[in-house]
Design a protein around this ligand. Sequence first.
Ligand code: AMP
Length: 584
Amino acid sequence: MDFSFVAETFQNMEQTSSRISLTNHLVSLLKKTPTNIIKKIIYLIQGKLYPAYEGIELGLAEKLTIRSIADSIGISINEVDKVYSKLGDLGDTVAEISTRRYQQTLFTEKITVDRVYNTFEKIAKTSGSGSQTTKLRLVTSLLNDATPIESKYIIKFLLGNLRLGIADYTMMDALSITFTGDKLKRDVIEDRYNICSDLGTIAELLAQRGIEGLDEIKITPLKPIRPMLATRISGPEEILERTNNLVAAEFKLDGERVQIHKDRSKVELYSRSLEKITENYPDIVEAVNSIKIDKFILEAEIVPVNLHNKILPFQELMHRKRKHNIEENLKKYPIKVYLFDILFLSGRDLTSFEYIKRRRMLEKVVAENNIKIINLIQQRTLSKSSQIKRFFSLAIRSGCEGLMFKQMKSRYRAGSREYLWMKLKKEYDKSLGDSFDLTIIGALLGKGRRTGYYGALLLATYDKETNTFHSTCKVGTGFTDKNLEFLYTELKKYIINKTDPRVVTKMKMDIWFKPVIVLEIIASEITLSPIHTAANNLIKENFGLALRFPKFSRIRFDKNAEDSTSSSELLDLYKIYLKKRVPG
Ligand code: AMP
């Protein structure tokens, strides 16, 4: 298959804003793709070479990329730099420069998807001394034969800048239409995706054997599962109402969620967004290796502690993300792991077991293995409001964020957010306000003391059904100087000329961003707003919902934009607030 068709499809996708036409472009690309390379095509669309959880980044250095462009076109680095500083994107730069050269070239060899993919793979695998020269040679030779539009997407891919804005849901719609004729099988596909997190394999099985092919996908250690999520609730009364007066409550610790996979001597740790984080925690790997069971998948929260085992704020885990002095950091920044679920044990998938049965199995694993630094999360079965309140204050006094509530008979529903798991956070107690995870979509430039940084950031909810982001507040308070500086540098990577096609807003901002970075915000009230678009028209025509007095609390590195609070969650909360305000 010619790479030119892929590059043209990418170009069309970048220029469209509607989800329907994005899906159509995907479908026509997938229909033309031979089965033996469909996996590769899926990963390329996602800007990757393998499933995201493999964590293999190409991330070619900018300097080397500029040099390859210069070499392949036969111009100086200075000339490339000049165009680059005008256009601000190296993909656009190579397209513009090579258009001039390309028109003079009569014969070029057509490049195939296989060749592009294999070259990318070679680049990813090249390391050690002399690797820069090898990489330069590989990129240059590819660019030599590429058309301007092919070059553009090759460069964007190599730099990690290929962001087509295709959510997993759109991809699953497209797979369903391509291989089964309509969207109706999307749910079956999603169900399988939730337990293997690999759309490449799903596409390949669909292409080979249709929807029945997906039966082959089973929960397996070393393939991360999409995590089950919790819904926010208003307080003890609602919990008891939803659980028929019997519920399991667990401490809700504020740390990093981890999926621990073991398959004989191999251990991998995956974050909430299913990235490999094994390297950050050699102490967990060592402890897990001491468990005398061949294969399992556990879920836990990692928390930082001090030398007296007292739980510290979540931010302390940042020290573990450094690539240097790992050994020293292990001692300086100790952690503890609190297990809260078990999903696989010695060849058996446990996700269809009831919560309470899984908990008993987890307790047994912990009791039979004396595992350093790994503990069970505190849990109780409760049936009265007074018990819930008491356990809640114990949790807060013990350094937790709140409580998690789990329906006794619930199975583990990978990737779902329902009322099977519910959460009650500290803020509920204090009328301090609720916390929201929102995506940054725009900014106003700072003035006065904030000159050179952003003065306020525009934040949005995310709606999975429509794959759209809706503005809900501007936040300008709660930031330290360090936060401001960090966000200013980080956000530079995501600046775009106009609003992202998935963003719906009436706001006028100085700068727009690709929706990537998520912030946690505390706000004290939700109000109707004529200028914000979250839950637009759902309560009143031309009005959306806005957060009042929003305050920055932290950057959620562990969340993707698509994990943001949704407009319907905001709407539910708005209704709760309304009820609370009505006397009696
Ligand atoms: P939130 O990020 O506010 O939606 O809360 C859900 C997160 O709480 C999960 O993703 C876990 O990281 C964390 N958590 C802490 N304790 C528990 C627990 N006992 N059960 C499940 N999740 C927990």
